[in-house]
Every structure is written in structure tokens, then in C-alpha cells.
Design a protein around this ligand. Structure first.
Ligand SMILES: *Cc1c(COP(=O)(O)O)cnc(C)c1O
Length: 397
């Protein structure tokens, strides 16, 4: 039941505001209420109910009201047939891997990804379930093609990738996947649907960590998978009902509220990150900056060919300095907070030191330790001034 007939024909901001919302039938309130119930009333004769079903309102692990509203909004933003929202981004990723792969199958995975993707695909699924995986530099099409095997069923990429901002070509990798009867899933968390729509570029599944830009306020965890209904239904049944990754109604409500301002916030994140990346690239103490919005960035051309509105709010950089000076720099920051996560209203920085176990997979400039900076919604001038004074106080020349 789409409200006000909000369809994909409307602009992104209109869909962000109205998608999934409708007046409450009981009270007339013009916002969806939070339905904090585990269970829904059964019919007169419940004996034919499929207790593992995902259709109607039965039990909140099988589906709930707030979850359904958020799914409507996100499917409208991505222009996909269906969406499932889950407890976390990692629940969404494991749902995709669990639904698309079985023992004996092979998957090709980007070599720069969120850490849990690496752990699942490089260790847990191969060791425990006999799923074979190959980590590849997915920015290099020859490497992707060379990694395909007879039993490859899934290619999973992240673009721009966490934490290196490496960019992969979604259109070409979708063609490679489909020519080999494999599916392509894309972790779109760094871009969000405001900047990039993987399904429109040929991907079968898009994964979003709602925890990041889509919620945007750093106060709830959530994840989503978007795509065609048969595949999403399978993930809903397996990942939500049977693996148990259901989102709480309150978190779904919070994320629905946060998503309303996604286009406004992303516009600011894109603009401020571009300014800050440019500032950093001109500082003598800065050894390198990785941000696809910089024309000098290795991923710029591909990123430009597949972005809708910009290059996101997250970047990586390193200093011409030793380990301790990197830590000292962070200790001098006054506006930017040292904490993991990204896409929050406040700027966040994390130092990934040279003993990060995945350094061997990263491009060379990342080998001596680097920062991941999530540029927040503060005034860009204040963020730049904060970096400038911290560089000064670190004692670098
Ligand atoms: C944070 C993140 C995830 C995991 O999301 P959670 O909501 O923390 O489980 C997955 N992919 C990327 C790219 C991320 O940045």
C-alpha cells in the first residue's frame, strides 16, 4: 500500500521524505508510530499458518510494522523491487553470503572490504562450510576475470571500499558475473543511494549498513539488502526468520527518521569531504590522500562514471611521520572524535596502524599506517582548522 502514490517517478528528496510514511489509521497521527510488539494477534483458526513465513504480521522475527515501513522507503530510494532490513550491516552481509553460497561453491571478493566481510569470506565460510573464496583487487578487471572458476556463484565487491577507498567498476563486474552465471553483490555503504545505485548499474544485490549514512546520527545499528523479490525473499526467510537477524522496531523507526534527511546530509558530506581532501593533499606533512573525488585519485574516472551526486564523506590519509606521531596527531584533535564507524553527524577518525593484519592486501601507500576520516556535518572550516592546529601541535615539519 504505497502512500500518496509516492513512486520512483518522484525525485530522490521527495522519496526520502514520504517513502514508507502514511497517517496512522487509529489516531490520525501523520507519522508512523513505533510498534513495540513481539507478537501479533492470530486469526480464529491459526493451524494453517506457516510459522517460518515472512508474509503477514505474526511474530517480529518474521516481520514487523516498522521494519516494513523502512523497507518501503529504502526500496523507493534504490529503485529496486524489494528490500529486507536486518539487525546490522553484517547481518545483511552474512544473509547474502548464506543465501547465495553453499558448500563447494566459490566466491570472488574484493581484497579491500569491511573487516567482517574479510573474516566471513576469508576464514569462517571456507573453514567451517567448505565455501571457496578468492580475494582479488576488484579495481583490476583482469584480476577479477582470472579469479572466476567453474563453480563461482557470487562476486562480492565494496566500492568505494573500506578502509582504502578503492573503486571498482560495477558495470563491468556485473557483466563478468552474469557471463559466468554468478551473482554480483555490492556493499554500497560508503556511497549510500544518494551517490550510487548499484542495482541500476547491473548488480543483483546491494548491501547497505544503515548504521552509517542512512541513519546518519550514530545512534542505531541496522542493515539492508536490496534487489529483486525472489532473491530478497530468500534472504528474508533465511537471514531474518531462521538465522534470527531481525531489526528491533525502535531501531527501524530511528533509521526511518534519519533517512528522511539523507539527501541533505549527503550533499554536505560530499561537499565538505571534497574540500578537506583537497586541503590535505596540499599539506607537506601529509604523505597521501585517498578520496575518489580528487582528480588525481586512481579511482576517480570509474567513480565519476558511476556516481549520481558525488564521492561521499569518507577518506583515508597518512602522515610523513612515525607511529607515535600519528597517535599524537589524533590526541591534539578537538572537533574530530577518535572513534570507529562513519557517516555520523560528527566527524570521526580512526588510526589503522602498520600492524593491521590486512596491510598486505592494501596498496603500498597504506603500509605504514593511515587514518580513515569520516567527515561530519560540522562547518568544513572548523574541521580544516582542527586538522591544521593538530598538525602544528604534533611537531611535524
Ligand atoms: C560498517 C560497515 C559494515 C557493517 O555494518 P554494521 O551495521 O556495523 O554491522 C559493512 N560494510 C561497510 C562498508 C561498513 O562500513
Amino acid at each position: 500500500m504505497p502512500n500518496k502514490n509516492i513512486s520512483e517517478a518522484f525525485g530522490f528528496a521527495t522519496r526520502a521524505v514520504h517513502g514508507g510514511n502514511e497517517a496512522d489509521r487509529e489516531t490520525g497521527a501523520i507519522r508512523r508510530p513505533i510498534t513495540m510488539a513481539n507478537s501479533y494477534e492470530l486469526p480464529y483458526d491459526p493451524t494453517n499458518i506457516n510459522w517460518s513465513g515472512t508474509g503477514g504480521n505474526l511474530y517480529t522475527r518474521n516481520g514487523g510494522a516498522n521494519q516494513a515501513y523502512l523497507q518501503q522507503k529504502l526500496a523507493l530510494l534504490h529503485g529496486t523491487e524489494d528490500c529486507v532490513v536486518l539487525a546490522t550491516g553484517v547481518a545483511a552481509l552474512s544473509g547474502v553470503f548464506f543465501a547465495c553460497l553453499k558448500s563447494g561453491d566459490h566466491a570472488v571478493v574484493s581484497d579491500s572490504t569491511y573487516i567482517a566481510t574479510y573474516r566471513l569470506m576469508h576464514e569462517l565460510l571456507p573453514e567451517k562450510y567448505g565455501i571457496h573464496t578468492t580475494l582479488v583487487d576488484s579495481s583490476d578487471m583482469a584480476s577479477v576475470r582470472a579469479a572466476i572458476k567453474r563453480n563461482t556463484r557470487l562476486i562480492h565487491i565494496e566500492t568505494p571500499a573500506n578502509p582504502t577507498l578503492k573503486v571498482s567498476d560495477i558495470r563491468i563486474i556485473a557483466e563478468i558475473a552474469h557471463a559466468n552465471r554468478a551473482l554480483l553483490s555490492v556493499d554500497n555503504t560508503f556511497a549510500s543511494p544518494y551517490n550510487q545505485l548499484p542495482n541500476a548499474l547491473g548488480a543483483d544485490l546491494t548491501v547497505e549498513s544503515l548504521t552509517k549514512y542512512i541513519n546518519g546520527h550514530g545512534d542505531a545499528l541496522g542493515g539492508a539488502v536490496l534487489g529483486a523479490k525472489p532473491l530478497i525473499d530468500k534472504i528474508r526467510g533465511e537471514a531474518m526468520v531462521n538465522l534470527g537477524g531481525a531489526i528491533s522496531p525502535f531501531n527501524a523507526w530511528l533509521i526511518m527518521r534519519g533517512a528522511v534527511t539523507l539527501p541533505l546530509r549527503m550533499r554536505q558530506h560530499n561537499e565538505s569531504a571534497q574540500k578537506i581532501a583537497t586541503f590535505l593533499a596540499n599539506q607537506p606533512q601529509v604523505r597521501f590522500v585517498a578520496y575518489p573525488g580528487l582528480e588525481s585519485d586512481k579511482g576517480h574516472t570509474v567513480a565519476k562514471s558511476q556516481t549520481v551526486n558525488g564521492y561521499g564523506g569518507t577518506l583515508a590519509f597518512g602522515l610523513n611521520a612515525d607511529h607515535d606521531a600519528h597517535c599524537r596527531f589524533v590526541s591534539h584533535l578537538r572537533v574530530i572524535t577518535s572513534a570507529v564507524s562513519l557517516g555520523h553527524d560528527e566527524s570521526l577518525i580512526v588510526y589503522l596502524g602498520e600492524n593491521d593484519e590486512r596491510q598486505y592486501l592494501y596498496p603500498e601507500e597504506f603500509h605504514n599506517g593511515f587514518f580513515r576520516l569520516s567527515v561530519g556535518l560540522e562547518d568544513a572550516e572548523d574541521i580544516i582548522a582542527d586538522i591544521r592546529q593538530a598538525l602544528g601541535n604534533t611537531g611535524l615539519f
